[in-house]
Ligand binder design. Structure first.
Ligand code: PLP
Length: 371
């Protein structure tokens, strides 16, 4: 069965075709430009590099096609979150963040929003609905949350947030628009770090915000132009190229993660495992309702910090690195950054390696750790 998203994906590779003239390049051109030819009346054309860039526009068109929304591109995931904060909040507003989500988001709010008179509260993702949303201007949810992989019910959060007069933004970095559709579930905004699986090649920082209310995106684009948080055309071209293979990469990564998660959970060296695809996972039923697949991130806990470090260093098919979503599998011990997880907790990002070869390498690194 072809669903609507499949049809959208099929068209993604042909989006540019309609605008091409004979002799034009089929691939999206990289256009490095601060100046545009601008004699006389400047209305209606590109004026200056901080306002507009054709490569960035080409990527925004592709992302917008996939999100079924208006999109503004930003130079990193954090720049996308900063655009949300500074574009939508004012002194006296309250914002709610997940206490177990990406830690830099909380740090930005504590260090720079709070001193400007924007009150910032946090709440665990697994209990995100508890207490309601009265008094909030913006609620930012992250599901599955990075790194603990707890989930919250996007549709229920959207309904309660809207009843309280709040805007709901969802950080969709861990799932991409292919794995989860927050705007379809009622969220007002999607924010994402495209540095991760969407670009997928670990060679560029990028981010975007998507919304179906074009006025919200106009406001964020205005903030981008005035603040100067403008993504470069070369990075936009890289992300556009990554996006063209997202579907095949993401399908492979998620299928491999789904195949390996139960084997990892059963390994005697693993003391606990989080993966929304496991029937015993606390997020499993909700994941089945609101996600299109279970993702490529696995949270596994080993006995100690030493065991976790040894596993990551010993495994020949794991790249020890922060960040995730590359074609290569990667992992890190998140407690090294102060995340509230056990010392032996490893966030494993499953890559595109053939599944059985990856399993053999993971097993070989885990076996010596089974006491
Ligand atoms: C990495 C990440 C970000 C920040 O993205 P950058 O591209 O590194 O700025 C935001 N949210 C989540 C969930 C992330 O994993």
């Amino acid at each position: 069965m072809t669903d609507a998203l499949d049809r959208r994906l099929a068209r993604l590779s042909h989006l540019r075709r309609e605008a091409l003239s004979p002799g034009d390049p089929v691939a999206l051109p990289i256009v490095p430009a601060s100046m545009y030819h601008l004699p006389g009346d400047p209305a209606g054309v590109r004026q200056y590099g901080r306002f507009a860039n054709p490569t960035t526009e080409g990527l925004e068109d592709a992302l917008g096609h996939l999100e079924e929304a208006a999109v503004v591109a930003l130079p990193s995931g954090m720049a996308a979150i900063a655009a949300l904060f500074y574009g939508l909040l004012a002194t006296g507003d309250r914002v709610l963040l997940p206490s177990d989500g990406y830690y830099t988001t909380r740090r930005l709010a504590e260090r720079f929003l709070a001193p400007m008179g924007v009150a910032c509260d946090t709440r665990p993702t697994a209990a995100f609905l508890d207490g309601g949303f009265d008094g909030y201007r913006l609620v930012l949810a992250e599901t599955p949350a990075n790194p603990g992989l707890d989930l919250c019910d996007i549709a229920a959060v959207a309904e309660a947030a809207h009843a309280a007069g709040a805007l709901l933004a969802v950080d969709n970095t861990t799932m991409t628009p292919l794995g989860q559709r927050p705007l379809d579930l009622g969220a007002d905004l999607v924010v994402a770090s495209d540095t991760k699986a969407l670009n997928g090649h670990s060679d560029a920082l990028y981010g975007h915000v998507a919304a179906r209310d074009g006025a919200l995106i106009d406001r964020l684009r205005d903030w981008r132009t005035l603040a100067g948080a403008v993504p470069g055309p070369f990075e936009g071209w890289q992300v556009h190229r990554g996006l063209e293979t997202l579907e095949v990469r993401f399908a492979r990564m998620c299928a491999t993660a789904e195949a390996l998660a139960p084997r990892l959970a059963a390994h005697p060296a693993v003391t606990a495992l989080r993966y929304p695809g496991l029937p015993q996972d606390p997020g499993h039923a909700l994941a089945g309702r609101q996600m299109r697949c279970y993702g490529f991130l696995i949270g596994l806990t080993l006995a100690s910090r030493r065991a976790a470090d040894a596993f990551i260093e010993r495994c020949t098919l794991i790249q020890p690195a922060t960040s995730f979503g590359g074609v290569h599998s990667s992992a890190e011990r998140r407690a090294r950054w102060g995340d509230a997880v056990p010392e032996g907790f490893v966030r494993l990002s499953v890559g595109c390696e053939p599944a059985e070869a990856l399993w053999a390498a993971l097993e070989a690194a885990l076996d010596p750790l089974a006491a």
